[in-house]
Design a protein around this ligand. Structure first.
Ligand SMILES: Cc1cc2nc3c(=O)[nH]c(=O)nc-3n(C[C@H](O)[C@H](O)[C@H](O)COP(=O)(O)OP(=O)(O)OC[C@H]3O[C@@H](n4cnc5c(N)ncnc54)[C@H](O)[C@@H]3O)c2cc1C
Length: 421
């Protein structure tokens, strides 16, 4: 039987031959075969799109490079891949522990390896999909007729491109109004195994602020996979430089303090790291472009106040595929409504402004939300499905004065922007 890897290799060769002949103009080019690119490809097939689709990525292999967790507030094509589901979680503000329980919306964990395998095997079986893997994209340009993508192996042309592969030289830089975000969630995680029961497998720690806050909000995240295995992450919310070595030391220190696990007494199974911009600024990667649609993190899919992106990427992919199947022309404008209604943009901008002005309050802010509001309200709010009652509960749970100050500053900035002073 042909494996996914083999099929992918064959398509890669086919695509190289086509490139050499320089014949195909793809109606749809997906640049970046990560979460967003593959989710879009999946949804396009799901919607019955039969025109040729090209998927380009620099990577050759798809490994378990991350795990995605999200609250199960709506169905996705990948939720059934979840290896774990938790209805209880812990937040610690440095002085006090809060345990929240919510059976209605469990917290799911999907391994990226399982997601990649599912999508790649479907793409391999689709006659209209061409995979161009192992091809770093060097340049993208757009003309009135088409988008051209130059990779290390050659050139592709398409009518539309969906770009999740980050900022690139070429049209992406021209007149871009990208503004660096003030908050950046950056983290490093280690999946470890110990030889005796240590972790409570029923209760992940979403945010444990029992750590030095000297370099801005800093917390640990623990996903217990069993009593002896857990993913332990060290996270900062400000863009301080933190080396992998320092992250490892801080994880070791946390393990010692919280679980009395000493260095050398655990096995490291996997490591992962990432940096997620937290910003209400819609990151216009490709200013002025009409044929290149940014998707995924590059398309502002991370929820500004939390950094969670998986669910929003699924919404974005479904929305785009539905519009395309309905015959609409893709382009950045098509994306304007899909992420974050004005209500959540407003809440998020005030939330981020408060964190930026008063980083010392971060532990209290996050913990009091889980401590003082009903868990289901918090989850609906995080999942952008909150009712006005939920919103009131959240507002009521948060410290009032700093949020009011931030709201006044945000409104002032908005007015200054509008009248141009
Ligand atoms: C370690 C980690 C854990 C995360 N955990 C969660 C979580 O639990 N829950 C959640 O909601 N979100 C999480 N996120 C955030 C978000 O869901 C992921 O980052 C998600 O993978 C973003 O999807 P994406 O398609 O935008 O980017 P990616 O999945 O990173 O895909 C981008 C693709 O572009 C390719 N690429 C980049 N540059 C080039 C180039 N020049 N040429 C060719 N190809 C290129 C890359 O190889 C990659 O395949 C996590 C992020 C990380 C990094």
């Amino acid at each position: 039987m042909m494996t996914t890897q083999t099929r992918v290799k064959i398509r890669k060769c086919v695509s190289r031959r086509r490139q050499a002949r320089g014949k195909t103009t793809y109606p749809f080019m997906i640049l970046g075969a990560g979460c967003a690119g593959l989710s879009l490809a999946w949804n396009l097939l799901e919607m019955g799109v039969q025109e040729p689709i090209l998927v380009v990525d620099r990577r050759e292999r798809f490994e378990n490079d991350r795990t995605w967790c999200f609250w199960d507030v709506e169905p996705t094509p990948f939720s059934d891949l979840a290896t774990h589901s938790w209805s209880r979680w812990m937040v610690h503000d440095g002085r006090r522990e809060t345990i929240a329980t919510c059976r209605e919306f469990p917290y799911l964990r999907v391994r990226s390896e399982d997601f990649y395998a599912r999508v790649l095997s479907r793409l391999a079986a689709a006659p209209n999909v061409t995979m161009a893997l192992g091809q770093p994209i060097l340049h993208i340009s757009e003309s009135a007729r088409e988008v051209k993508v130059t990779t290390t192996a050659g050139e592709f042309a398409g009518l539309h491109a969906f770009q999740s592969s980050g900022r690139l030289p070429g049209v992406a830089d021209a007149g871009s109004t990208y503004v660096p975000t003030s908050l950046l969630q950056h983290f490093f995680g280690r999946t470890i195994r110990v030889d005796h029961p240590t972790f409570d497998p029923n209760c992940p720690s979403l945010m444990d602020f029992r750590a030095s806050q000297a370099d801005g909000p800093h917390f640990s995240y623990v996903l217990p996979l069993s009593t002896t295995e857990a993913l332990v992450e060290n996270t900062y919310l400000f863009p301080a430089e933190v080396s992998a070595a320092r992250h490892r030391l801080e994880i070791a220190d946390y393990l010692k303090r919280r679980y009395a696990i000493h260095p050398g007494r655990y096995e490291v199974l996997e490591e992962e790291s990432g940096a997620i911009p937290m910003s209400t600024n819609r990151v216009p990667l490709v200013a002025g472009s009409s044929k290149i649609t940014p998707i995924g993190l590059a398309g502002g899919a991370a929820r500004p106040s939390s950094g969670y992106a998986f669910l929003r990427i699924q919404r974005q992919a479904r929305y785009l595929a539905e519009r395309i199947a309905l015959g609409e022309t893709p382009g950045p404008d098509l994306m304007s409504d899909v992420l974050g209604s004005p209500k959540y943009q407003f809440f998020d901008s005030i939330f981020l402004r408060t964190l930026a002005d008063r980083p010392d309050l971060a532990p209290r802010i996050f913990a009091s939300m889980f401590d003082r509001a009903k868990a289901a309200s918090v989850i609906r709010f995080l999942g952008e499905k909150s009712t006005p009652f939920d919103d009131l509960r959240i507002v009521n749970a948060l410290p009032k004065l700093p949020f009011m100050m931030a709201a006044i500053r945000s409104v002032g900035e908005w007015i200054r922007l509008k009248i141009g002073i």
